[in-house]
Each structure stands twice: as C-alpha cells, then as structure tokens.
Design a protein around this ligand. Structure first.
Ligand SMILES: [Zn+2]
Length: 292
C-alpha cells in the first residue's frame, strides 16, 4: 500500500492528513509506504527572516517532522532543478514535475487540497494551484509520453503506470464551504500529529501569530501547542457540523484519478468513523460515477 500527500506548503500535511497516515502506518506497519510531496519552496511568509533563510529553516522543519512521523518527504522542483516559489504558478513545467513525481511513486491513494465549489469563498492561491494541478495531471499519469519532451525516455517502449484514487483534504482557507465523505478517527494519533506539527516552529510560533489570521497565539510549549491544535480541530468539526470531541480528519472522494469503490475504501481506510462518515451519500456519488 502506497499513500501520497501532495500539498502546497510545509505544515499542510500535518494539519490535514497526518493522523490518517499514522493510523494507516499502525495498521499496516512495513506494508505501508507513505510519502509527502511539498510543492513550494517555503521562502515566502516570514516577517523577519530572508527568503533564503526561511526556505532553509522550513525544509529542516519538515525533515524533522518526517523523521518523527516516519514518512518520506520530497520537495517538488521544476524539471531544471529550480525550487518552485509560492504565488500560484501553474504552468507546463510544474505539471511535468508533478506528473513525474506521481509516476515515480505510483501511489494507491493520493491526497491533495480541494477546489472550491463556491466562488464567494476565499482561497490560498498555492492550495488552489496544487488542487488544479493534481486534477489536470490525473488523467496524464498513465499517458506515457505526456512530458517526455521535458523528461526524455525510450519512447518505443512503455510500461503502464498505476493511477491512484484521489481524495481531497479539508482546507481551512475555505471555512464554511468544505465538504466531506469520509471521517477518519485519528484520536489515537493525536500526540504524534501534535509532535510533527510542532516541528514547524517558524510558522506556528513566529509567522502565523504575526499575521494573526488563524487564531493561534504563539505556543511556547508542546502542551500549549496541543491545546491550540485541539481548538483548530474543534473548528473543523464545527465547519463539518460534526459533534463529539475526538480528533477527526475529513476527506472527499473525487473521480479525478482511478474511481474509488466502496469495497476498496472500506477495506483500505484505517479507523474509518462510521458514525460521522457519509457512506450512504458517498455510495450514491460512486454510483453516479458508474462504480459501486
Ligand atoms: Zn498551506
């Protein structure tokens, strides 16, 4: 089983799918291969560090999180090796780099940010770019020479490449307009999620309190940070109109890649919360896509 998280920034993984990846790892042990692909270089978004310094600090923070969370971490780069800046680039080299990264790993499941369905909602341009890029590249994953002009290969021989089932994660920038099909109970993984996310000190302790957008007041200890994370998860549950106080992560099925099946999802997803997952509505959606 291979699972891949594709998101814009350092820290996005921990706040949207980190618990699910951990529950999956606990269920499958060495049978699971988990990878996190970060699609921007993290140079933007600090009030007193240079771009170069910020990018280096953020890379090290994600590497520290990967060590604690026991997942592979890869930073996406343009085909010529340049880092990808924040600010929403969606061009052919970006799609080519994403195509190659997904084909090389061949995930069974891919998790990425959603596209807004309500044009009145705010967005983060990088989240939007990654969502749009995954959607656009999804069909091309198994198209052999889609980008072989950029990544030269033997064009006279091609092996099929697995197309993953693609899920959207929760997006805090779209508060009020998120949807979901599956709720995963990640309560048992909460201490690990907190420890991984706490690695991103240049964000949660420095930059995010400075910008004041996310109701986080610079935590100085892991205990303070865990409380802030609990409040953040409570807001997510409120957005999804879900009660209780257990830590949950939310996912929406898409038909961007391979079509999911109910049987496959119920077999593969760890710690599926049957109380809050919308399996009936998901079944109807899958039947509209022609699969059950
Ligand atoms: Zn982000």
């Amino acid at each position: 089983m291979k699972i891949l998280n594709v998101h814009a920034h350092y820290d996005d993984f921990e706040l949207t799918a980190g618990g699910t990846f951990e529950m999956w790892r606990r269920a499958l042990g060495p049978q699971l291969s988990a990878r996190v692909l970060v699609c921007t270089d993290g140079a933007a978004g600090h009030h007193c560090r240079t771009r170069q310094e910020t990018a280096a600090v953020r890379f090290a923070e994600q590497a520290e999180s990967a060590k604690i969370g026991r997942y592979e971490f890869e930073l996406l780069k343009f085909p010529d090796g340049r880092p990808i800046p924040e600010g929403g680039i969606l061009d052919r080299p970006f799609l080519a780099a994403l195509w190659k990264a997904i084909r090389e790993f061949e995930p069974d499941y891919l998790f990425c940010p959603p596209l807004p369905t309500d044009p009145l909602m705010g967005v983060h341009t990088d989240h939007l770019t990654v969502a749009e890029a995954v959607r656009r590249v999804a069909y091309l994953i198994n198209v052999p020479h889609a980008f072989s002009d950029i990544y030269p290969t033997d064009e006279s021989h091609s092996e099929p490449v697995k197309t993953p089932v693609i899920f959207n994660v929760y997006d805090g920038y779209m508060f009020g307009a998120n949807q979901y099909d599956l709720a995963v109970d990640v309560e048992d993984a909460f201490p690990l999620i907190a420890a991984c996310a706490y690695c991103h000190r240049s964000q949660f302790q420095e930059w995010i309190p400075w910008i004041g957008r996310h109701e986080i007041r610079g935590p100085t200890t892991i205990e303070e940070w865990s409380e802030a994370l609990r409040r953040r998860m409570a807001r997510q549950r409120q957005d999804m109109r879900v009660g209780g106080d257990r830590a949950l992560e939310f996912f929406t099925a898409t038909a961007w890649g391979a079509a999911p099946t109910m049987e496959g999802l119920e077999r593969d997803f760890p710690s599926l919360c049957r109380t809050h997952s919308r399996l009936g509505a998901l079944g109807e959606k899958l039947s509209r896509w022609g699969v059950l």
